[in-house]
Ligand binder design. Structure first.
Ligand code: NAD
Ligand code: 6OD
Length: 486
C-alpha cells in the first residue's frame, strides 16, 4: 500500500511538492506518510495569500464572524475526533488515553476559548481634562498584526498549534502555520477542517518542512511576515530571533525548561508522589513543564525516592492503543540518542541510577521504535550538566534540602525559568515560596492544571512574553489609541 502524502495548504488549495520527507511512527519505525516539503516559493505564496486575505473581506470581518468560524473549526475537530486521535498517536506513539483526554479536546477547546474571549473582551478608555475645560476622551481599538507565522513543536502537536492559531485568527490575522517535521499529521487534518468550515482562502495556510534552509527559515526571514510566534527549544528561539531581527518582527517565544519540583516535609506524600509521577513521566517526559529537578526535604528524602522508584518501575510501558498504557516511546530514535547520552553522562558525572537508565526490550516490532526506560537519578552535584541542561525525557534527579531558603535557592539556580511545582500542606508556605520562584508558572499541590485565562510563559531562557487569555490578545493585536477632543 502506498503511503499517503501530507500536503501543504496554501490560498485554500492542498498542494504537493517534488521534495518529500518521511513521517515515521516512533512505536516501531514504520512509515506513516510522505510529507510534501514547502520550498521558498511556496512559503512566499502562502505569505502573499495571507496578505491578500487581509486586504479582502477577512480584513474587515467582525469579531463575531471570526468567532463563528472558530467554533465551526472546533465542531469539525470534534466530528473527526477519532481521526485526530489516531493522527496524533501515529506521529508520536503517545497513549490513546492521553490523546483522548488532553491533546484533542484541548485542540478544540483552544478554538472555542479564544472565539468566546474575542467577542467578550473590551478595550481601555480614559477621560482627561484639558486647559480649556472641554476635556478629551481616549480609547483604544485592537488591530491585527498582519501575517503571523506560527512555528510549533512535536510534543503536543495539535494542542500547541491551536494554542497560537486560535488567538491569532480570533484577532483577525492571517496565519502561516508550520508544524514540526516530526508531527505533520494532526496539522494536516486541521487544514482540512479549516477548509470544510469555510475559512476564507489565505486566512489559514499550512506549510510543511524543517527549520534551517527549509520552511521554518523561509518563514522567519520573510520580509512580509509581521510576527512569529514560536514554541520549541531555547537554542531555536535564539536562531529565530536573529533571523527575525532584520525586519523587526514581533516575537512571542515559549521555550525550554529545567523545571523544579519541591516537596516539603509537611507535604501530603500520596499526593506529592502521584503529582510527581505525572510531572516527571507524562508524555514520556516530553512536556516543557515536566519536572527534571526534584528537591525533597531531607526528612522525607529516602521515603520519596523509594516510593517514586516503585511507581516508575510499575508504569505500564506499552502499545499506544491499549487503554491501560501510561507511557509511550520518545518522539524519534534521534531524540532517544540524545536522552541516552544524558543517561550515560549522568553515570560519568557520578550519579546513582536508582532505576532505569536504558532501553526496554519487548521481543516484537517495538524493538525498532524509540522506547526508553523511565529513569531516576540521585547523587549529582548541582553543577552537573544533567542538572543544568534540559533533557526532555522520562527522567529526573532527586536531591535533598534542609531549609525553605535552600529549596528556593536550588530551584532558582537555573538558566531556565518556565514552571515549578510545590508540595506542602501549609497554605502560607506554598504562597510565600511560590512568590520567590523565578518562573512564569508555579503550581502548588498540583501540576499542569490549566485555566486558559491565565498568563503562560517563562522567564530567562524559557521565553519572551506571555500568552493565555487577554495576554494572547495583547500579543496578536496592536492597540491604536484614539484621542477625541471634546
Ligand atoms: P525545536 O526547537 O527543535 O523545533 C520546534 C519547531 O521549530 C519545529 O517546527 C522546527 O521545525 C522549527 N525550527 C527548528 N529550527 C528552526 C529555525 N532555525 N528556524 C525556524 N524554525 C525552526 O523544538 P522541538 O524539539 O520540536 O520541541 C521540544 C522543545 O520545545 C523543548 O525544548 C521543549 O521544552 C520546548 N517546548 C516549550 C514549550 C513552552 O510552552 N515553553 C512547549 C512545548 C515545547
Ligand atoms: O497547556 C498549554 O496551554 C501549553 N501551552 C502547554 C505547553 C506545554 C509544553 O510542552
Amino acid at each position: 500500500m502506498n503511503a499517503p502524502v501530507f500536503k501543504n495548504y496554501i490560498a485554500g488549495n492542498f498542494l504537493t511538492s517534488e521534495k518529500q520527507f518521511e513521517d515515521t511512527n516512533p512505536v516501531d519505525g514504520s512509515l506513516v506518510a510522505m510529507v510534501a516539503e514547502a520550498d521558498r516559493e511556496m512559503v512566499d505564496n502562502a505569505v502573499q495569500a495571507g496578505r491578500a486575505a487581509l486586504k479582502g473581506a477577512w480584513g474587515s470581518s467582525s469579531a463575531e464572524e471570526r468567532a463563528g468560524l472558530l467554533h465551526a473549526v472546533a465542531d469539525g475537530i470534534e466530528k473527526r475526533f477519532d481521526d485526530f486521535v489516531q493522527a496524533e498517536i501515529a506521529d508520536t506513539g503517545k497513549p490513546v488515553s492521553q490523546a483522548r483526554a488532553l491533546d484533542i479536546p484541548r485542540g478544540a477547546a483552544n478554538l472555542r476559548f479564544f472565539a468566546n474571549l474575542v467577542t467578550s473582551s473590551t478595550t481601555e478608555s480614559s477621560e482627561m481634562s484639558t486647559a480649556d475645560g472641554g476635556g478629551a476622551l481616549n480609547y483604544s481599538v485592537r488591530k491585527p498584526l498582519g501575517v503571523v507565522g506560527v512555528i510549533s513543536p512535536w510534543n503536543l502537536p495539535l494542542l500547541l498549534m491551536t494554542w497560537k492559531v486560535a488567538p491569532a485568527l480570533a484577532s483577525g490575522n492571517a496565519v502561516i502555520a508550520k508544524p514540526s517535521e516530526e508531527t505533520p499529521g494532526s496539522a494536516t487534518l486541521l487544514a482540512e477542517v479549516m477548509h470544510e468550515a469555510g475559512m476564507p482562502a489565505g486566512v489559514f495556510n499550512l506549510v510543511h518542512g524543517f527549520g534551517p534552509d527549509s520552511a521554518g527559515e523561509f518563514l522567519t526571514t520573510h520580509p512580509d511576515v509581521d510576527a512569529i510566534t514560536f514554541t520549541g527549544e531555547s537554542a531555536t528561539g535564539s536562531a529565530i530571533m536573529r533571523a527575525a531581527a532584520d525586519n523587526v518582527k514581533a516575537l512571542s517565544f515559549e521555550l525550554g525548561g529545567k523545571n523544579a519540583a519541591i516537596i516539603f516535609d509537611d507535604a501530603d506524600m500520596d499526593a506529592a508522589i502521584d503529582g510527581t509521577v505525572r510531572s516527571v513521566f507524562s508524555n514520556c517526559g516530553q512536556v516543557c513543564l515536566c519536572s527534571e529537578r526534584v528537591y525533597v526535604h531531607e526528612s522525607r528524602f529516602d521515603e520519596f525516592v523509594r516510593r517514586l522508584k516503585e511507581r516508575a518501575e510499575n508504569m505500564r510501558i506499552g502499545w499506544p492503543q491499549d487503554d491501560g498504557t501510561e507511557i509511550g516511546p520518545l518522539i524519534s530514535k534521534k531524540h532517544r540518542e540524545k536522552v541516552l547520552s544524558y543517561y550515560q553522562l549522568a553515570r560519568d558525572e557520578g550519579a546513582t541510577i536508582e532505576t532505569g537508565g536504558g532501553i526496554p526490550e519487548f521481543g516484537d516490532k517495538r524493538d525498532d521504535g524509540a522506547w526508553i526506560q523511565p529513569t531516576i537519578l540521585t547523587g549529582l552535584p548541582e553543577t552537573a550538566r544533567c542538572i543544568r541542561e534540559e533533557i526532555f525525557g522520562p527522567v529526573c534527579h532527586i536531591a535533598p534540602f534542609s531549609t525553605d531558603d535552600e529549596a528556593v535557592s536550588l530551584a532558582n539556580d537555573s538558566a531556565y525559568g518556565l514552571a515549578a511545582a510545590i508540595w506542602t500542606t501549609s497554605l502560607s508556605r506554598g504562597h510565600s515560596v511560590a512568590r520567590r520562584i523565578e518562573a512564569g508558572i508555579v503550581w502548588v499541590n498540583t501540576w499542569y492544571l490549566r485555566d486558559l485565562r491565565t498568563p503562560f510563559g517563562g522567564v530567562k531562557l524559557s521565553g519572551i512574553g506571555r500568552e493565555g487569555g487577554v495576554h494572547s490578545l495583547n500579543f496578536y493585536s496592536e492597540p491604536t489609541n484614539i484621542c477625541i477632543k471634546l
